[in-house]
Write a protein that binds this ligand. Structure first.
Ligand SMILES: [Zn+2]
Length: 630
């Protein structure tokens, strides 16, 4: 189903979170390195609960989180310090990160602040040991151009990354501290996006601009998008945690669809004069002889509760997104009370619940033909909470599309997370001094070349095809590539790109520690290659050896692999020997004898010299030899 997004009044805005590739974290000197949780050398725990005075008027989203007191367990490393543990005050803000953020602000045509103030934003999900996230406003009022007109960029903030959630055990959550404090830019666009395809285009363009700086982290999880979406009669909904660009279009599409379908349901409910009963009814006796496993399990010490929704029949089971119904929305809310899910009569009999039981259920709550009954089976406390949540959501269905924060699902649908928070309350971070951003500092910013400009330049300057030029221009290795091309005369750009982008990648997949391979190794390697002294086939093996033993010089590594660097004299001598022993063959075949003799020479030198170099010298020498017979 394709919707007319203009007619629907679709509006969408993006909030992009991109990790910066700085050496140190935002408020301490620890490296911005991700670790394996198995390497954690110490753990501690906290209970977080905001006090009334800190929260002011308690936010509705915070309130919902606070219902659940959780224990937070943190995994620390030898690469984290007391700042991450919140046992030492933060250091001054990392100026490398500030410079990065300033470059991005300039690229987005934004107005940069005179002074950078670090603020505290309350977080109570445990993702920060301190109970707040430090954030600073860098710039406002920018824009980028797009096929559907100008998209305003409202804000750019420099923030600390949250700790990574490792495991949620229900009553406790485990976090890893390696990611906490990595610098992050948050870029928020105005709701100027008008269609799903437009959302993707804007996200792609912002991503391209960010990567053009060469100063952002790469890979899954290093860039995350939150998407705000509303349609004219609907409500603002924020969908969090989109990591794949490919999903953005579907998410906007599916959310517009969800809101449109909820509005259709509302219209029909109002037409039917539907209502919601506030009465939660204990219907446990209806299921005394049940064979339904789910209910049997719950009945051990629990109960079955039900609520009647007059006029809702057929609409609770109505699809609002592929595979998701109004009933799924009820269920998402109910699950917050700890139940596994709910049942409703639009989908019954099913799950071992018989038709007789359904009839008795309807009778027990006084349901009429046009009504839908929702029920849940669990402990009394959880069941009651679940039914209250269903009543609230059902009442909303009569009136509005609720404002919500939702979680992106892998198929492009979304599920309820919590109410949309009010405007974030900020408090000054008194431990971090403000930083003046001088006109000089802004004036000295060098704007990087955009990737979309870099690609055609590489094609022209280095004679690369579009695919390879695009590959290296988009890669974080582009700086290394340019450095090699500058320092190694006559190097083949195709080989350099393949080595940086494919060979190294494959080696890393095999488990080689490619961070050990330094520019100095690569320069030496490409010099030899350019001189024809290192065959293509040997490149991967040499790099693999160096990754394991970074102290080796390239020459030593070659020696260990038996790739003796063949001196020109040695090669000439080998070729002379081959020519001398096959003079009859050469006289008979003339210059076309080069091909068959290539193999003979290569065999003699056992892959130590590139075929190109052998071919060049062999052709030269055979031509000379043939000259003498003319
Ligand atoms: Zn630290």
């Amino acid at each position: 189903m394709s919707l007319d997004y203009r007619a629907l009044g679709l509006k969408s805005g993006l909030e992009i979170h991109q990790q910066l590739d700085t050496t140190e974290k935002l408020f301490c000197g620890c490296p911005t390195l991700l670790r394996d949780t198995k390497e954690s050398n110490f753990e501690f725990f906290r209970y977080l609960r905001p006090t009334q005075s800190e929260m002011g008027v308690v936010d509705r989203a915070a309130l919902e989180e606070m219902k659940l007191t959780k224990k937070f367990i943190y995994k620390a490393y030898d690469t984290t310090c007391l700042v991450e543990n919140d046992e030492e005050p933060p250091r001054e803000i990392n100026s490398e990160a500030v410079d990065c953020a300033l470059v991005i602000a300039r690229m987005l045509n934004m107005n940069i602040v005179d002074e950078l103030y670090t603020m505290r934003k309350i977080v109570i999900d445990g993702s920060n040991t301190s109970g707040f996230q430090r954030t600073g406003l860098i710039a406002t009022g920018g824009c980028i151009d797009s096929s559907a007109g100008r998209v305003r960029i409202d804000v750019l903030c420099l923030e600390e990354e949250a700790a990574q959630k490792v495991e949620d055990r229900g009553d406790s959550v485990i976090y890893s501290l390696d990611r906490l404090g990595i610098p992050l830019v948050e870029i928020g666009t105005a709701p100027d996006i008008v269609s799903p395809a437009h959302a993707r285009e804007v996200a792609e363009k912002l991503g391209m601009i960010l990567r053009s700086t060469g100063k952002v982290k790469r890979g899954l999880g290093t860039i995350r998008q939150d998407i705000n979406i509303s349609i004219a009669e609907g409500a603002r909904v924020e969908i969090k945690g989109v990591q794949e660009l490919d999903l953005i279009e579907t998410i906007v599409e599916r959310e517009a669809l969800r809101q449109a379908e909820l509005l259709e349901i509302k219209k029909e409910l109002n037409k039917r004069k539907a209502t919601v009963s506030d009465k939660i009814i204990d219907v446990t006796t209806v299921f005394e002889g049940t064979i339904s496993k789910v209910i049997l399990k719950a009945l051990k010490g629990g109960a079955v509760y039900a609520v009647n929704l007059p006029g809702f029949e057929g609409l609770v089971g109505k699809e609002i997104q592929p595979g998701r119904r109004l009933g799924t929305e009820f269920s998402d809310r109910a699950k917050k009370s700890g139940v596994g899910g709910i049942f409703h009569t639009d989908e019954l009999p099913n799950y071992g619940i018989t038709e007789d039981e359904v009839n008795s259920l309807r009778k027990a709550v006084g349901a009429q033909a046009n009504d839908c009954v929702v029920m849940v089976a669990d402990s009394r406390e959880k069941s009651k909470g679940a039914m209250e949540a269903v009543i609230t959501r059902a009442k909303e269905a009569l009136e509005i599309v609720p404002e919500e924060t939702r979680r992106a699902l892998p198929d492009g649908n979304s599920a309820y997370m919590r109410p949309l928070p009010g405007a974030a309350r900020m408090y000054p971070e008194t431990d971090v001094p403000p930083v003046e951003i001088t006109a000089e500092r802004i004036g000295s910013i060098k704007l990087p070349e955009l990737i979309e400009e870099r690609i055609p330049r590489y094609m022209k300057q280095f004679n690369l095809n579009e695919e390879l030029a695009g590959q290296i221009a988009r890669s974080g290795n582009f700086v290394m590539f340019e450095s090699i091309m500058r320092q190694v005369p006559n190097v083949n750009a195709n080989v350099v790109v393949r080595t940086l982008e494919t060979v190294l990648y494959d080696l890393e997949k095999e488990g080689a520690k490619i961070s050990n391979i330094k520019e100095i190794h690569l320069i030496a390697l490409f010099r030899l290659h350019a001189e024809g002294k290192l065959p293509n086939e040997a490149v991967s093996g040499v790099l693999k050896l160096i990754a394991g033993k970074p102290e080796l010089t390239l020459e030593k590594a070659l020696g260990m692999l038996g790739i003796g660097v063949v001196e020109t004299g040695e090669l000439e001598a080998a070729i002379d020997r081959v020519i001398e022993s096959r003079t009859d063959f050469i006289k008979e075949k003339g210059i076309s004898s080069v091909g068959p003799l290539m193999g003979v020479v290569m065999k003699e030198l056992r892959g130590k010299v590139s075929g190109k170099e052998i071919s060049r010298l062999l052709t030269e020498k055979i031509s000379k030899y043939l000259e003498t017979f003319k």
